[in-house]
Design a protein around this ligand. Structure first.
Ligand SMILES: Nc1nc2c(ncn2[C@@H]2O[C@H](COP(=O)(O)OP(=O)(O)OP(=O)(O)O)[C@@H](O)[C@H]2O)c(=O)[nH]1
Ligand SMILES: [Mg+2]
Length: 202
């Protein structure tokens, strides 16, 4: 990735500023591209084999160091917690959301082009918002990414997704934004991390 990402830990010299810490919960329906997102953000990707994934059972955790763009001397150590979506996801979310400061919500733009996929995505969003509410975490910023946009005509556009999932109503009152991109090509991931860091920087 670009110069502002690194998976190596930054060691500040004495007297220098301390890096900020950001824990991000990465959620979404099955196959939305959560693990691919983690891998693309934290690995050196030379070919597609670097992004091979297996369905996540339990959780995945990866780390990156984010350098603020435009030369601002701000460094953030970001921990990305992917919550598997197969079993007991509400329990997992409930346990981990209390330690997180931001949410990265992946949507599968291809699945959203089918009625079944749209229904499953609505259900996951609904369940997740219930957990946010129960844990009194409604104030957390949410970056919603319409993923898999590289698949071209097979997918809903971000605007179609916004309308089909009624995102403006669903996330009303929350700090959220809809972005788009591809975890496979990496498009949009830089914007996502920049936004999440900006919302949570002190
Ligand atoms: N074309 C395309 N494929 C993607 C993209 N992101 C993920 N995939 C593919 O979608 C499949 C599932 O990706 P994962 O990253 O494992 O999805 P996940 O959300 O972690 O899935 P679970 O852990 O099972 O919930 C894999 O075959 C990925 O290569 C994308 O942006 N574009
Ligand atoms: Mg996964």
């Amino acid at each position: 990735m670009g110069f502002w990402f690194s998976r190596f830990v930054y060691l500040p010299c004495s007297g220098c500023f301390q890096p900020e810490i950001l824990n991000v919960l990465v959620v979404g329906a099955t196959d939305a591209g959560k693990t691919t997102t983690l891998y693309h953000l934290t690995r050196t990707v030379t070919d597609s084999s670097d992004l091979l994934t297996l369905p996540t059972t339990g959780f995945n955790v990866e780390f990156l160091t984010h350098y603020a763009p435009q030369g601002r001397k701000t460094i953030t150590k970001v921990t990305l917690w992917e919550m598997g979506s197969k079993v007991g996801m509400k329990n997992l979310w409930s346990n981990y959301i209390v330690e997180c400061e931001a949410i990265f919500f992946l949507l599968d733009s291809k699945a959203c082009a089918t009625e079944d996929g749209l229904d499953k995505t609505k259900e996951v969003i609904h369940n997740f918002l219930t957990v946010m509410d129960l844990k009194q975490k409604n104030h957390l910023p949410i970056y919603v990414m319409a993923n898999k946009q590289d698949l071209g005509e097979d997918v809903l556009t971000p605007l179609e997704i916004r309308r089909s999932l009624r995102l403006d109503g669903v996330f009303a009152g929350k700090k959220w934004v809809l972005g788009h991109g591809s975890a496979l090509t990496g498009d949009g991931l830089e914007d996502a991390i920049n936004w999440l860091v900006a919302q949570t920087s002190s």
